[in-house]
Ligand binder design. Structure first.
Ligand SMILES: [Zn+2]
Length: 241
């Protein structure tokens, strides 16, 4: 989520100095959305405080916020970890996404402008380019962005907040249970969704969204679990000073 409440200050302090919690939250959600921080990764308080050059109270506040988004799990006496969704949670997340995205469809059809669908087409094109050059993090980020267009166009901030959380959890689920770890958001399926919006075809749009999310879900294999590796600093793309 972009922060639209940037204070109107004239000082030159960095985002990390002004809002360390927000910087940590943004960095972790961005890493999760690109599968750089997979399920089960430990998020050490001291390491985060060193990486973000802030105190541990800031880190704890950021981790608490991420816990309310179901991105981070706080385990008593063990610390914070990126959540590891169970197969049941994975099913629940997909069911919730189908419910929300299909509900958004009516408002999307009502509100969508030519500029909106042009933006969606640009996202599809960027996603295809990322896929062609083998840039998996960009592909994942853009796939998620495509779905977030639905919430933005529908202009329902409550559902947008839910969808932000659910799409992040979906990325974790796919990273954990998809053997190839890809987004599997097929380009032609995204294109079909845009075409249904342009045709103002509500029933067609609902059908395509539902079918697309079922395809994504069917790519999961709960017998197969991908294991995390490499360091937290590498996964947050931060160079320790
Ligand atoms: Zn998709």
């Amino acid at each position: 989520m972009t922060n639209t409440t940037t204070p109107n200050t004239k000082d030159s302090t960095t985002e990390t100095e002004k809002m360390p919690e927000q910087a940590i939250i943004s960095s972790i959600t961005s890493a999760v959305s690109e599968q750089r921080l997979p399920a089960g990764t430990k998020l050490g308080e001291q390491m985060l405080s060193d990486l973000f050059n802030c105190n541990r109270a800031n880190v704890r506040r950021a981790l608490s916020t991420l816990a309310t988004m179901h991105v981070v799990e706080l385990r008593p006496n063990k610390g914070a970890f990126i959540v590891t969704p169970s197969p049941k949670e994975a099913e629940d997340v997909f069911e919730a996404r189908r419910t929300i995205e299909c509900t958004l469809a009516c408002s999307v059809i009502k509100n969508a402008t030519a500029e909106d669908t042009a933006n969606m087409r640009r996202t599809i094109a960027a996603e295809a380019k990322a896929r062609a050059r083998g840039d998996k993090p960009a592909e994942l980020r853009l796939s998620r962005e495509f779905h977030m267009h639905l919430a933005t166009i529908a202009n329902n901030q409550v559902l947008e907040k839910f969808l932000t959380e659910l799409t992040l959890r979906t990325t974790l689920i796919i990273g954990l249970y998809n053997e190839v770890g890809s987004s599997d958001c097929a380009e032609d399926e995204h294109l079909g969704i845009v075409q249904a919006i342009e045709a103002r075809d509500v029933q067609g749009l609902i059908f395509l969204i539902d079918e697309h999310l079922h395809h994504l879900q069917s790519s999961l294999n709960f017998e197969h679990v991908n294991k995390p590796f490499s360091t937290l600093a590498e996964r947050l793309t931060i160079t320790p000073s």
